[in-house]
Write a protein that binds this ligand. Structure first.
Ligand SMILES: Nc1nc2c(ncn2[C@@H]2O[C@H](COP(=O)(O)OP(=O)(O)OP(=O)(O)O)[C@@H](O)[C@H]2O)c(=O)[nH]1
Ligand SMILES: [Mg+2]
Length: 223
């Protein structure tokens, strides 16, 4: 029967003000808020009856506030997530892009920080999506997306132990989105939930996720 299965668990991390909560609210309420209170360390957000391939699914999302970026306790909540979004602000990157040599460093620093936290706190097989937010604020989106795509592949090569979702040409999928206009949001959530549902099915239950994690970590050669 529809919607009788246990909810799919997702996690979202990223710097303060990146646009994480807005992404969730766009899907949960189909609304955009100009002002959102600074997130508490971890918010548990539910989306009911999300449609994936004609099926209704409930989602539980661990929304980790950027302010908690150094809180091991807060970040440890993503351990149960089956797929994780790492969100960053596109306007912030566009600003750095115009400062010579600073652009790549900034994106790299941000992504490496969060990738490190993700893999310290979750199963090595957990898929991670890199998501740019606030696309509506970018004057020349094509140019910025290209620049980010170019530098992401190099940045990610430096982030070892990583299981990134790959497209047909074996490259990282980067999702530019806008919670204000809704651009890219549906595509992101469809992919995010789909990959999470594969992991949930594979592991069966959160208890076996933990035992599986130990097995994988034991056998996997860390780079
Ligand atoms: N123009 C525009 N503004 C956005 C978008 N997404 C978020 N914002 C704004 O950016 C600010 C921060 O957004 P949040 O969603 O609260 O960011 P967050 O990552 O959850 O922040 P923390 O919880 O503090 O870590 C808010 O004022 C939002 O209205 C977007 O797509 N376009
Ligand atoms: Mg928030």
């Amino acid at each position: 029967m529809d919607n009788q299965e246990r909810p799919i668990k997702l996690g979202i991390v990223g710097n303060q003000g990146a646009g994480k909560t807005s992404l969730i609210l766009r899907v949960a309420e189909n609304k955009f808020y100009e002002n959102i209170n600074c997130g508490v360390a971890v918010d548990f957000r539910t989306i009911k009856n999300f449609k994936l391939n004609g099926k209704s699914i409930n989602l539980n999302i661990f929304d980790i506030a950027g302010l908690a970026r150094n809180s091991d306790l807060a970040i440890s909540f993503i351990k149960d997530a089956s797929a994780i979004v790492l969100a960053f602000s596109l306007p912030e990157q566009a600003y750095y892009q115009n400062q010579e040599n600073e652009y790549q460093e900034n994106l790299a620093t941000q992504i490496q920080h969060w990738i490190g936290k993700i893999f310290d706190n979750s199963d090595i097989n957990t898929p991670v999506f890199i998501v740019g937010c606030k696309l509506d604020k970018i004057e020349d989106p094509k140019q910025l997306i290209q620049a980010i795509n170019d530098s992401l592949q190099d940045i990610l090569k430096q982030c070892q132990k990583i299981n990134i979702i790959e497209n047909k040409s074996k490259k990282l999928i980067f999702f530019p989105t806008s919670s204000a206009t809704g651009v890219g949001i549906n595509e992101l959530f469809q992919n995010w939930v789909l990959e999470a549902s594969k992991i949930e099915k594979y592991h069966g239950s959160s208890l076996s996720v933990k035992s599986q994690t130990k097995e994988v970590k034991k056998n996997e050669q860390c780079c």
